[in-house]
Design a protein around this ligand. Structure first.
Ligand SMILES: *[C@@H]1O[C@H](CO)[C@@H](O)[C@H](O)[C@H]1NC(C)=O
Ligand SMILES: *[C@@H]1O[C@H](CO)[C@@H](O)[C@H](O)[C@H]1NC(C)=O
Ligand SMILES: *[C@@H]1O[C@H](CO)[C@@H](O)[C@H](O)[C@H]1NC(C)=O
Ligand SMILES: *[C@@H]1O[C@H](CO)[C@@H](O)[C@H](O)[C@H]1NC(C)=O
Ligand SMILES: *[C@@H]1O[C@H](CO)[C@@H](O)[C@H](O)[C@H]1NC(C)=O
Ligand SMILES: [Ca+2]
Length: 527
């Protein structure tokens, strides 16, 4: 009980007070109405909502059963890990159970029997939700802390990872980084990623068990040693670029790179005492709801903000349908003490008198036209109310005007089309001979070769004469003795040479006439 009270007191400055209500019913001179405030959920024990993954496969001890010993008792290797025996198994979930009085429960790795190959393990924690850390991450190692490890974080559900903190008994040797301490950081370096030697040196495995990622020390740079001046912290979180994101994660990964060595070099003759054992990982934080919710609930396996201010989404990261008369914005801690809700507004509301359908949050008065117009329309829109699509885009008929996908790129074929604009159904304007919505096809009787060109020959009207064959509608391949576009001309006729055995004058003329006729049909020769 005493412990609980102490815990509550400890969490007090972060859990209580500011930004805990989103709205209240107030009475003003104009009568009662809602007043809205920036709001955020309370800090929670995030290990209760986490999914864990331990890599590589087979790194957890006990399959097959294995003996191990401790640095304190290196020659009494009678402890056993056996995955098939619940009393001797050490599965990953034991890093997240609640520790009862007495014996710690822990995940344990295999021993370093493959030395000198490094003993590597990744512990990845995923929330499928952005979390804002509000207190230190505390990892408890039974039997000694790793001599080298690294903490990584992801902000996009594990797609990309970034270093968060490096830990080593010798930072220079392990990571080529100078050793630093978080409490020596300054206001301009509060979000620096550093290497620390504070949690990796051997001090006896019972004495020093924890490895921390110091959130409080970083907060204290702004809020003072007891975090009494939270206003200053909130002001900084709003104004300092990247500071809020620094404390935001969707996933964390501990990369365990070298186990505890007991203060000496690796003793090859007894590798049973080298392994990792983690009894607890404490992560305290709150759901990131962009200051639009004060409740966060666990639904269908994921944390979810209960969004207010007419916002929606897992992090309240967008405006509800029909509340998009201006762009979504996160709430703000400022001005103190209640912040700004930056609520989403319905079309036609007080904010909506210059409607921009959510594609701009800035309006400007144009003096000489006497109109108010939206500025810098986003999502490829344009116009006084961002109600049109930019040139080269057309209206998505299945999207509302306030939808981010309202404008679709025309994507006209550069060679086949006159320009890169299209009509309301996405059809581009084609050059002669080209067709298709994007003008990347040819009309019948045209062939594609860096654009559409009329067939020179084909199998219907523009037949190659005198036994010539049509090559890809581009030209006739004439037999010896003939030439011309359609092989209609006898060579001897043109050269006035010996024409014995050639076609008669009569036939030849006929062929020419036929060819001209065909060309005229194709609109080439104007008789
Ligand atoms: C641990 O994760 C990192 C990426 O964060 C990866 O490069 C590495 O191979 C992983 N190690 C193991 C043992 O799975
Ligand atoms: C992650 O959360 C989203 C939104 O709540 C949900 O749709 C999705 O199924 C979740 N994914 C996993 C892997 O739990
Ligand atoms: C959100 O919309 C509802 C109507 O659906 C309205 O009553 C409420 O005041 C709006 N809230 C905010 C913060 O604008
Ligand atoms: C049109 O809008 C709908 C609704 O937002 C969207 O699902 C669809 O992907 C959009 N179409 C294109 C081609 O962008
Ligand atoms: C766009 O052009 C195509 C092809 O010319 C035509 O079929 C369609 O009716 C046009 N759409 C509009 C809205 O003009
Ligand atoms: Ca435990």
């Amino acid at each position: 009980m005493l412990y609980l009270v102490a815990l509550l007191l400890h969490c007090l400055p972060l859990a209580m007070g500011q930004y805990d209500i989103c709205k209240s019913w107030v009475t003003t001179d104009d009568g009662p109405s809602w007043e809205f405030y920036a709001c955020q959920p309370k800090a929670m024990r995030m290990k209760d909502y986490v999914t864990v993954r331990v890599d590589p496969a087979g790194i957890t001890c006990g399959d097959p059963p294995e003996r191990f010993c401790t640095h304190e008792n290196p020659y009494l290797c009678s402890d056993e890990c056996d995955a098939s025996n619940p009393d001797l198994a050490h599965p990953p979930k034991l890093m997240f159970d609640s520790e009862d009085e007495g014996l710690a429960t822990y995940w344990q790795s295999v021993t370093w029997r493959r030395y000198p190959e490094p003993l590597l393990a990744n512990i990845t924690l995923s929330w499928n939700k952005s979390i804002e850390l509000t207190d230190d991450i505390v990892i408890t190692f039974e039997y000694g802390r790793p001599t080298i490890m690294m903490l990584e974080k992801s902000l996009d559900n594990g797609r990309t990872w970034h270093p968060y903190q490096y830990y080593a008994d010798d930072c220079m040797e392990a990571f080529s980084m100078p050793a630093r301490r978080v409490r020596d950081l300054s206001t301009t370096s509060a979000n620096r990623v550093l290497c620390t030697e504070e949690y990796s040196r051997w001090a006896g495995s019972k004495k020093e068990k924890t490895v921390r990622f110091e959130v409080r020390d970083r907060f204290a740079i702004f809020a003072g040693p007891d975090l009494k001046n939270m206003d200053n912290l909130y002001t900084r979180l709003e104004s300092a670029k990247g500071l809020k994101d620094f404390f935001t994660v969707t996933d964390l990964r501990m990369r365990l790179l070298r186990p505890a060595l007991g203060g000496t070099y690796v003793q090859r003759e007894n590798l049973y005492k080298y392994f990792y054992a983690v009894s607890n990982i404490e992560v305290t934080g709150r759901c990131k709801c962009n200051l639009h919710a004060n409740l966060c609930t666990f639904k269908e396996g994921s944390l979810q903000c209960e969004c207010e201010h007419n916002t929606t989404g897992q992090d309240c990261g967008k405006c509800k349908k029909n509340f998009r008369s201006r762009s979504w914005r996160a709430g703000s801690y400022l001005p103190l003490p209640n912040g700004s809700p930056n609520a989403c507004a319905a079309a036609g509301s007080a904010f909506g008198n210059c409607e921009c359908y959510g594609h701009s949050n800035r309006c400007s008065y144009i003096d000489f036209l006497n109109v108010v117009t939206c500025v810098s329309c986003k999502h490829n829109t344009r116009g006084q109310h961002c109600q049109h699509c930019r040139l080269g885009f057309y209206r998505n008929s299945s999207a509302e005007l306030d939808d981010e996908n309202v404008c679709i790129e025309c994507n006209c074929n550069q060679i086949g089309s006159m320009h890169d604009r299209c009509n309301e159904t996405g059809y581009c304007e084609c050059k002669e001979g080209a067709t298709g919505p994007k003008c990347d096809d040819c009309l019948p009787n045209y062939y594609w070769r860096q654009g559409c060109f009329p067939n020179v020959c084909d199998d219907e009207l523009l037949l190659c004469q005198n036994g010539g064959t049509c090559y890809q509608n581009q030209r006739c391949v004439c037999p010896v003795g003939f030439k011309g576009v359609l092989c209609q001309q006898s060579r001897c006729e043109a050269d006035k040479k010996d024409c014995n055995g050639g076609p008669s004058m009569h036939g030849s003329l006929g062929t020419i006439l036929l060819g001209v006729l065909a060309l005229q049909l194709r609109g080439w020769v104007d008789l």
